[in-house]
Design a binder for this molecule. Structure first.
Ligand code: NAD
Length: 371
């Protein structure tokens, strides 16, 4: 892998490799873009097969955060970090505190949070060494679990989809098939039940699905049957990559709108397949931006009321995406990317912000976003 080529290709500003043999820390922090504000994104802890895989992942994820923050209307850029280690065995206070010191050296150009493989407790160790961390527990004045805010955003996004596809944003009587009965899905069901939607739900943990069935008077669906369940809306709220060559032909819905990240296995190809099947797709990073909105709120002194209010705005964001998609005859993913890029270009003054945050580490000054 040609590291600089890879960095140039995705137009990153800065990559920091963090290593401390004594505490067994090997981490990579990727700052993709700070045109709109400091980069924010979680720290993923994962047993990557090799360094190349870790670098690719952090470059991909940090770019995604730039787009998510931009489309959500936040004054934040995109960043992400990966720690190459086993989250089951390798966590120690010294590892996270050492990592926190590396985060601190970036002087606020990168703000971290929890992600796959890390928890609020880990972030509290990081917090001992740097204030550039968010997603801390409510007890310590943080924003706590983001899933209620994420779920509200998805619910509002679903309403925007319903308006686009059915001419009304009411979800009363609409059949909603939900994949996953975890935190986001459960909070989503609260809104859907209140609106009188018909919920159909599955989970690979049978107990979770059955609990939701009982609580929301929903219908239980076996995990392998969820794609072919006739529904108005299919809501992926489990894992990524689930919209692919095998599953798209099975879908019997008019809309796909859910909380999972990276739902399309191949963004271009699979969005096109959905269009050919006349299925409206709500771009995942736009509809699930409530979680980021929640942690971003912590930076200004957390207020749940304000975070929920902001997440309601996802309705208008989706309406805008559909407008561009129709006007320009482009897939909704292309429309979403365009909206995010436009905001970065019109508001971001990357060179000024870049130099004001500069700390002398290796940086790609020819960064990308055309202001
Ligand atoms: P969670 O772990 O609480 O729930 C996920 C559920 O999906 C689990 O119950 C799991 O058993 C189930 N699942 C996994 N694979 C499945 C399959 N093949 N079929 C059926 N069920 C399956 O996670 P969550 O916090 O609810 O997040 C759900 C998704 O939303 C994830 O993709 C996450 O990255 C994304 N997301 C979450 C937030 C948030 O605020 N929590 C924010 C943005 C995006």
């Amino acid at each position: 892998m040609n590291v600089f080529e890879e960095i140039d290709r995705r137009e990153h500003e800065q990559i920091l490799f963090c290593s401390d043999r004594k505490v067994k820390l090997r981490a990579i922090i990727a700052v993709h873009n700070t045109a709109l504000g400091p980069s924010l994104g979680g720290t993923r802890m994962w047993m990557y097969l090799n360094e190349e895989e870790a670098l690719r992942d952090v470059l991909r994820l940090s770019k995604g955060m730039t787009y998510k923050a931009a489309i959500a209307g936040l004054n934040l850029g995109g960043g992400k970090a990966v720690i190459i280690a086993d989250p089951e065995k390798d966590k120690t206070e010294s590892l996270f505190r050492t990592y926190g010191r590396f985060v601190d050296t970036l002087g606020g150009r990168y703000i971290t949070a929890e992600d796959v493989g890390t928890t609020v407790r880990d972030m509290e160790w990081v917090r001992m060494e740097t204030r550039h961390v968010t997603g801390i527990s409510r007890a310590l004045g943080g924003s706590g679990d983001p899933s209620p805010v994420t779920a509200l955003g998805i619910y509002m996004g679903m309403k925007a989809c319903a308006r686009e596809a059915f001419g009304s944003d009411s979800l009363r009587g609409k059949r909603i098939a939900i994949q996953g009965a975890g935190k986001v899905a459960t909070h989503l069901c609260e809104h859907l039940e209140r609106d009188g939607a018909k919920i159909m739900i599955t989970d690979i943990h049978d107990g979770r699905a059955k609990e939701a069935v009982k609580r929301f008077k929903a219908t239980y669906v076996k995990p392998e049957k969820i794609f072919e369940t006739p529904a108005d809306i299919f809501a992926p709220c489990a894992l990524g990559g689930i919209l692919n060559d095998d599953t798209i032909p099975k879908l019997k819905c008019r809309i796909v709108a859910g909380g999972a990240n990276n739902q399309l296995l191949d963004e271009k190809k699979h969005n096109q397949m959905l269009i050919e099947r006349s299925i409206l797709y709500a771009p995942d990073y736009a509809i699930n931006a409530g979680g980021l909105i929640n942690v971003a709120n912590e930076l200004e002194g957390y207020s749940e009321k304000r975070a929920l209010k902001q997440a309601e705005g996802i309705y208008d964001i989706l309406r805008n995406i559909f407008r561009i998609s129709k006007e320009e005859n482009v897939p909704t993913t292309v429309a979403a990317n365009k909206l995010a890029e436009q905001r970065i270009q019109s508001i971001g003054h990357i060179k000024q912000i870049f130099s004001s945050h500069s700390n002398g580490a290796a940086q790609n000054h020819e960064s990308s976003i055309k202001t």
